[in-house]
Design a protein around this ligand. Structure first.
Ligand code: FAD
Length: 500
């Protein structure tokens, strides 16, 4: 049996897992050169950790569960919050230049729905890039990590017992079979499937599609977070006006100057889904929406990335409000994993945004995703480092023909059916419509799970069921086969549910 461990993805999840596994030999495959194409590089807000004198991991876990809207896993929330201080120290030791005060303590920022100042930054709003650069430098200096860039994993190969046997990897026109005893999916999110997104356009859920096709259990697929304040200055993907701006006092106004969030509980610091829907409603009414940061002292120094982005489009945020709209930002759902990051397929782990650990439930608390990847990378590495279970491997079942590359996803379709506001007709049409390619393999279980969840909760809002219902206060498991069965059922029951 091969001893090879393959990690797919070169963002925080893949790199941290590879580094934690050293000196075990690993092959890390990244679809693009490291530092390109990973959402990690774009994280502006920072990493949440209970480091303040007035804070404690239990408070952090409590805020996480509140955001999760009744379906977060308390044990996971506590474990991740407990892991945060060590994870920050680990990154600091690797060379991440975190912002500190005059006596060397971490400078802690406030973000929406956090009850304490607990967001650690590096280089102001350049946190993700600073972390990624430190991880890349460490990975490149670690002899046990073989990095294969510009290579895309296309499918998981199972053995005759349904356990991982390897991965099919495409390098240009060539396809290679890499045998592996363990595979860690760390392929990031799905925002690139939406017309308006803050994610790299390559974040199209290819790892999620691979796991789904292999029969993995998926969880909470219907929960997609829309960032309320993507900067609407004509760029695709859309740059983000970080939540920290609202934490520091920026307010949302419409084109008449009215502050439409003033009467909503929590106002601008209400949970993301509440703010996103409030902005969505203004846009539907034909209004334009702006984030007004003119009241923030020294905004150019404290928010250099946002300022530079706006200035490149001819707008100075110190003088003018920034045009914003909601955009697909984060997928709470994903490959269902346990406390060790193990999926339902023996030999397959998932880490980072592709995974559903139970931490985020129906809605992610800001700055918890980098942290989740760091915590689980450590636990996954410890699990893989356990001696193999001694099972005799069965022969791999290699695919007869390599999968043809998927075409560009229909982003308008995803946004129309699976956007900020959903309803039964749209979901039925989506279920009838999504078939075939990787995008459909991801969108079909999202649509099916959203169809089954006849309520609104967290990031999932249905205009035909606008309230949360106690009978749905649980996370939802689904497989691609379940989603296909629902599609077949609906095709019989609702033959009119066609493309629209
Ligand atoms: C604009 C923005 C701001 C954010 N701000 C924050 C924040 O402040 N704090 C926070 O906690 N979170 C934030 N997030 C979320 C966070 O950045 C992501 O959830 C996290 O970085 C995901 O890390 P990852 O390693 O799972 O995926 P990524 O960093 O996206 O890395 C995915 C990797 O997988 C590779 N890949 C994908 N498919 C394949 C394939 N088939 N074969 C080979 N390689 C593949 C990609 O090339 C890439 O290297 C933000 C996200 C965005 C988009």
């Amino acid at each position: 049996m091969t001893d090879r461990v393959v990690i797919i993805g070169g963002g925080i999840a893949g790199l941290a897992t590879a580094i934690r596994l050293a000196p075990m030999q690993v092959t890390l495959i990244a679809g693009a050169p490291l530092s390109v194409g990973a959402a990690t590089a774009w994280a502006q807000g920072g990493v949440a950790a209970a480091l303040g004198d007035d804070d404690a991991p239990a408070l952090h876990a409590g805020d996480t569960l509140k955001a999760a809207a009744g379906i977060g896993d308390p044990l996971v929330a506590q474990a991740v919050a407990d892991a945060a201080p060590e994870a920050i120290e680990w990154l600091a030791i690797l060379g991440t230049p975190f912002d500190r005060d005059a006596v060397g303590k971490f400078t802690l920022g406030l973000e929406a729905a956090h009850s304490r100042r607990r967001i650690v930054h590096a280089g102001g709003d350049g946190t993700g890039r600073a972390i990624l650069m430190a991880l890349i430098a460490k990975a490149r200096a670690t002899p046990s990590i073989a990095v294969v860039e510009d290579a895309r994993a296309e499918s998981l190969v199972l053995d005759r017992d349904g356990a991982i046997a390897g991965v099919m990897v495409r390098h240009g026109n060539a396809i290679e079979y890499m045998a592996a005893r363990a595979v860690v999916l760390a392929t990031g999110g799905i925002g690139g499937l939406y017309a308006h997104t803050t994610n790299p356009l390559g974040a199209i859920g290819s790892g999620l599609a691979m796991a789904a096709r292999a029969g993995a259990l998926l969880r909470d697929m219907e929960f997609v977070q829309f960032h309320p304040t993507a900067i609407d200055l004509g760029r695709d993907p859309m740059p983000l006006a970080t939540e920290a701006l609202r934490g520091e006092g920026a307010v949302l106004i419409d084109d008449t100057g009215a502050r439409f969030m003033a009467s909503v509980p929590g106002a601008e610091l209400a949970p993301r889904d509440v703010v996103a829907r409030a902005i969505w409603r203004e846009l539907l009414r034909g209004r334009k929406v702006f984030l007004d940061g003119r009241g923030i002292a020294d905004i150019a120094r404290r928010f250099p990335s946002v300022t530079a982005l706006c200035r490149a489009a001819g707008l100075d945020p110190a003088r003018s409000p920034i045009p914003v709209r909601p955009a697909a930002h984060y997928h709470m759902g994903g490959v269902k994993v346990d406390r060790n990051g193990r999926s339902s397929i023996p030999g397959l782990w998932a880490c980072g945004e592709v995974a559903s650990t139970g931490l985020h439930g129906a809605n992610r608390l800001a700055s918890n995703s980098l942290l989740e990847a760091l915590g689980f990378a450590k636990w996954i590495a410890a699990d893989i480092l356990q001696p193999p279970d001694g099972r005799s491997p069965r022969p791999a079942v290699l695919p007869d023909a390599p999968k043809p590359p998927s075409g560009a996803p229909d982003r308008a379709r995803t946004e129309r059916f699976l956007g900020v506001v959903r309803d039964a007709d749209g979901l039925a049409a989506a279920i009838a419509d999504f078939a075939g390619d990787d995008a459909a393999t991801v969108c079909l279980p999202i649509a099916a799970a959203a169809w089954r969840r006849r309520e609104s909760r967290g990031g999932h809002f249905r205009s035909d069921y606008p309230d949360a219902k106690p009978e749905f206060a649980h996370s939802s498991d689904i497989t691609l086969a379940h989603a296909r069965a629902l599609a077949a059922e609906l095709a019989d029951a609702m033959p009119h549910a066609r493309r629209r």
